[in-house]
Write a new protein. Structure first.
Length: 162
């Protein structure tokens, strides 16, 4: 991580940032924070190891259509699969994984909790560093708490069954 991110800056939040829910903020490890993709792309099913190019996800129910421009908090960077791989795992509940449409992909620099410090990263007011300050994150990282910055826009509709 860029050492400039270790410099503490103002903890006052801009007025357009979403208000964090009451109670102690979680630490990055508690929100499944994932560092940036090695290629720097925002995170999406199209660059997830668990995606199947015929629009399925190996860990969700095969009947749920998952397009290339969707995302969930279980994202793992890697080459998607060309075909479905039979397995015996119990499908993940999309309500718990946060599966949703995410045009353009997901990254901290598109999250309402993000405050840039440098080009490479900044502060996350949706998490804590464990010492009373905000979490320190990378611009193209992401976590389960990602909240799109498009304030006032309706949320993307839920994924449709096939
Ligand atoms: S739904 Fe989640 S786990 Fe499945 S392919 Fe998309 S990002 Fe990966
Ligand atoms: S800025 Fe948003 S996506 Fe990034 S760690 Fe914080 S809450 Fe998660």
């Amino acid at each position: 991580m860029d050492p400039r991110l270790l410099v503490a800056i103002s903890s006052s939040a801009p007025s357009d940032r979403a208000t964090a829910p009451p109670g102690p903020a979680p630490m990055l490890a508690q929100v499944a924070y994932e560092p940036p993709n090695p290629n720097g792309e925002p995170k999406a099913c199209a660059n997830c190891f668990l995606w199947v190019r015929s629009a399925s996800c190996l860990i969700h129910d095969r009947k749920i259509r998952v397009g290339a421009q969707a995302w969930c908090s279980h994202h793992i960077f890697g080459q998607p699969h060309n075909d479905w791989e039979p397995h015996n795992i119990r499908p993940v509940d999309p309500k718990l994984s946060g599966l949703r449409r995410a045009p353009g992909g997901v990254a901290c620099d598109g999250c309402t909790f993000y405050e840039p410090v440098a080009l490479e990263g900044g502060l996350c007011f949706g998490t804590t560093d464990g010492a009373g300050g905000p979490g320190r994150v990378e611009a193209k990282g992401a976590c389960a708490r990602h909240t799109p910055i498009r304030i006032g826009m309706p949320s993307a509709p839920p994924m449709e069954p096939r």
